[in-house]
Ligand binder design. Structure first.
Ligand code: SF4
Length: 754
């Protein structure tokens, strides 16, 4: 069913030789990240040292994982590649399309009704092309991967930003757009700019209320949402060894929130314990044989400043529990200081919901620690002041937690146990208590808390904390509650204090599951027919993009100059739009509707230069498209941060946007733009952003000479006839320029397969 031990043995059998060779070539001891990267080169044995943050390198990942929302477009693209089977072990996980409303049983029935067409499509494509399929309700992609597929020293890619979760089991696991996954499924190399390396040295030991989650909440506060961009964060030191494997997973999971390429930890006893507990004894045995290659060299960890590009040190014994938010995961505040901050900023103190679980925090340890707090509420006669919602990460963890009485504890407090799926973490939450856009506060143990992320309400202030802290805050119903110092009044009018949480790392009686929800594909899927109804509003077969002609890059119009944060949620919203992830035309109606127009500070309200009228971004863009006018999108820093969804690139491309010009990009989105055959450019001079005016026309005067390491020149013609000429940088190499010239990376694959 699950992992392929022969594949893992092969990876390990090559590792010693490749690591030794890499050490010789690089000329110094190696970090774990380098060992994994150099032992997964597409060309096999390393033959040159790569410059971090500069060289593009081709890799050969061991696995691919796709979630249902992104898998639709990825598989629609793969179907165009002309292959019989995927070249690399791949799994599809149905987790994003299940709305949380009434609880697991009813919600799953409802999702199977409303999205059956999509689930059927994914199952049949999986069956045809040799892809493992995890049914709706089986669990959230990253938890299922950690429990079944992740292995120390491996490399995987996944069509979801939180693929990085598998770093908790010592992998280099990276979130990519569907187009990258399609390359690898089709047997092509996967390209990545060789990452920089940030070392995080952990000393001391967690105690009391402080959890693994607080490590990453602290790191996010230090590095901010941009601080990890282009880098692998490698954790090491005595403190790292003291963390559980799943706790490491939580830390790596939220590496996505600092923009890191991925995060990882060296193989240690906690990983071995987790592998054995999840019935992967043979992987543990194999990993033990190559233990020294599955962690960084001793010298690297002894003198990290010499080997990492940046080093951070955190003493776990001194670390305090944090709550990060609202609206951004890097706004870190130690619990106890939040009340004052909330008052100052007018954030609602009353907490409406406490949500526990998601792919970030639904391990056995998490649930036991949170349940130990919930149990105290029962024992000490405390009635929770907030509602509780639980999203188990997998059926295996749900079944085990139910067997061990953990879920009962929450249910006794009135908690709703939602499906083993993303639910409120991705806006799939039909929240019954608030229908309008009232200001309110929730706390959760998820990872992201951007505006509208949980419930679509821009005024929901979401704070991220550990599951046990979420439980305590939800019981108190107050954001300013500090369980380490404050007391609560119980039903008898007595003042009571919550004791420190207590957790169990792994289930003493082992994990258990009756029906894990996995469907093995047929050995020969050639007879499987894939049906997509012509009138389907959810799925649409793709038509290849036409290459953008140099002549079209003259006389371009400005579609929108985005102001401030513009994440992939702003470019291609989630929530109700998840419905159209497999239908490019329909989902393009959400294109950039969340981006703020720099000229009027409104969303989805831009000037149509054809008639001077204002309208919604997709509507205006469709008018340009009808007239054959290409457009440009202008943006600020870290444009496209957040989810890896390639829809955020495909939609503008489909509607006729030819270039995106920004101060800086989030890595995955920049690559996605390249894959779809359009231009992703950065201002050579950031201040040129201010030159762009609402009625501007753009001429790419040297596009005919588009070449690596050569900035492009753009002439901006303003309404009054005056002109500015600016330089735009790009990171396209020769291969990526071929994608642009062919219309998309997929067009090139098809051409090469023909
Ligand atoms: Fe699902 Fe949230 Fe995890 Fe993404 S971060 S996979 S939406 S639970």
């Amino acid at each position: 069913m699950a992992f392929d031990i022969d594949m893992i043995k092969k990876v390990y059998s090559q590792m010693a030789e490749r690591v030794d060779k890499a050490r010789e070539i690089v000329g110094k001891p190696l970090t774990l990240s380098e060992k994994i990267l150099y032992s997964h080169l597409w060309d096999g044995k390393p033959s040159e040292a790569f410059e971090r943050g500069k060289d593009y390198v081709e890799f050969s990942p061991d696995r691919i994982a796709c979630q249902d929302a992104t898998a639709q477009m990825a598989l629609l693209q793969f179907m165009q590649a002309g292959k019989d089977k995927v070249a690399v072990p791949t799994t599809v996980h149905c987790d994003h399309l299940i709305q949380a409303k009434q609880g697991a049983e009813k919600d799953l029935i409802s999702a199977n009704k409303s999205s059956h067409e999509v689930f059927d499509f994914l199952e049949s494509v999986s069956n045809k092309y040799g892809i493992g399929f995890w049914k709706p309700g089986a669990g959230i992609i990253h938890q299922v991967v950690l429990e079944n597929y992740a292995f120390p020293g491996g490399m995987m890619i996944g069509t979801d930003s939180h693929t990085v979760n598998a770093g908790g089991l010592g992998m280099v696991a990276i979130g990519v757009g569907g187009a990258d996954a399609v390359d690898v499924m089709a047997g092509m190399p996967w390209e990545l700019k060789f990452p920089k390396l940030i070392g995080v040295k952990l000393t001391g030991e967690l105690s009391g209320w402080t959890a693994s989650k607080d490590v990453i909440l602290k790191v996010a506060g230090i590095l901010t949402v941009k601080g990890g961009t282009g880098a692998i964060v490698e954790y090491f030191g005595p403190g790292a060894k003291n963390l559980s494997c799943t706790g490491k997973g939580t830390i790596c999971n939220m590496g996505a929130e600092i923009g890191a390429t991925t995060s990882t930890f060296g193989y240690d006893d906690s990983m071995e314990r987790f592998l054995r507990a999840t019935e992967r004894e043979d992987i543990a045995d194999e990993a033990n044989k190559v233990r020294e290659h599955l962690t960084g060299d001793d010298e690297v960890y002894a003198n990290p400043e010499q080997y990492f590009d940046e080093v951070i040190e955190i003493d776990l014994s001194e670390l305090r529990p944090h709550l990060n938010g609202p609206f951004t995961p890097d706004l870190a505040t130690p619990v106890g200081e939040l009340g004052e901050k909330a008052k100052k900023n007018d954030w609602p103190i009353k907490v409406d919901w406490g949500l526990i679980g998601s792919c970030t925090n639904s391990s056995y340890e998490d649930l036991t620690r949170a349940a130990s707090i919930a149990q105290q509420a029962i024992d000490k006669k405390l009635k929770p002041k907030s509602d509780f919602g639980i999203n188990p990460g997998s059926e295996q963890i749900r079944f085990t937690a139910e067997r061990d009485g953990l879920l009962n504890v929450f249910e006794d407090l009135g908690a709703t146990v939602f499906t083993n799926a993303c639910g409120p973490c991705i806006g799939q939450w039909d929240r019954s208590d608030r229908k309008g856009e009232e200001k309110n506060t929730i706390v959760h143990s998820f990872n992201r808390n951007f505006s509208k992320r949980a419930d679509g309400n821009p005024n929901t202030h979401a704070f991220v904390g550990s599951p046990e802290m979420v439980a305590a805050i939800a019981i108190s119903g107050r954001l300013d509650f500090d369980p380490m110092n404050d007391t609560l009044v119980n039903e008898d009018g007595q003042e009571v204090k919550l004791d420190e949480p207590r957790g169990i790392e792994l289930p003493p009686e082992g994990f258990e599951v009756e029906e894990n929800g996995y469907v093995e594909p047929m050995k020969d899927g050639s007879g499987v027919e894939i049906k997509v109804a012509k009138d389907s509003e959810r799925l649409q077969l793709l038509t290849p993009f036409e290459p953008i002609q140099d002549s079209e890059m003259q006389g371009m119009k400005l579609l929108i100059k985005a102001f401030g944060k513009c994440t992939t949620d702003h470019i291609s919203m989630a929530g109700p739009w998840l419905r159209y992830r497999g239908h490019l035309d329909n989902i393009s109606n959400n294109c950039l509707i969340g981006a703020i127009n720099a000229y009027n500070k409104k969303t989805n309200f831009v000037k149509n230069q054809i008639d001077g009228e204002y309208g919604g971004v997709p509507d205006v863009q469709r008018e340009y498209k009808a007239k054959g006018i290409k457009t440009i999108v202008v943006g600020d820093h870290n444009y496209g941060e957040g989810s890896s969804r390639e829809h955020a690139a495909m939609e503008p491309r489909f509607l006729g946007v030819a270039a995106v010009l920004v101060k800086s990009f989030a890595r995955i989105h920049e690559t996605n733009l390249k894959k779809q055959g359009m231009l992703g450019l950065t201002f050579a001079n950031e201040a040129d952003y201010d030159l762009i005016q609402e009625d501007d026309t753009f001429n790419f005067i040297d596009i005919v000479d588009f070449a690596p390491n050569k900035p492009l020149t753009i002439e901006i013609v303003h309404k009054d006839g005056s002109k500015d000429t600016i330089k735009a940088n790009h990171t396209y190499n020769d291969a990526q320029i071929s994608w642009y010239r062919e219309g998309s990376a997929l067009n090139l694959i098809k051409k090469q397969n023909a």
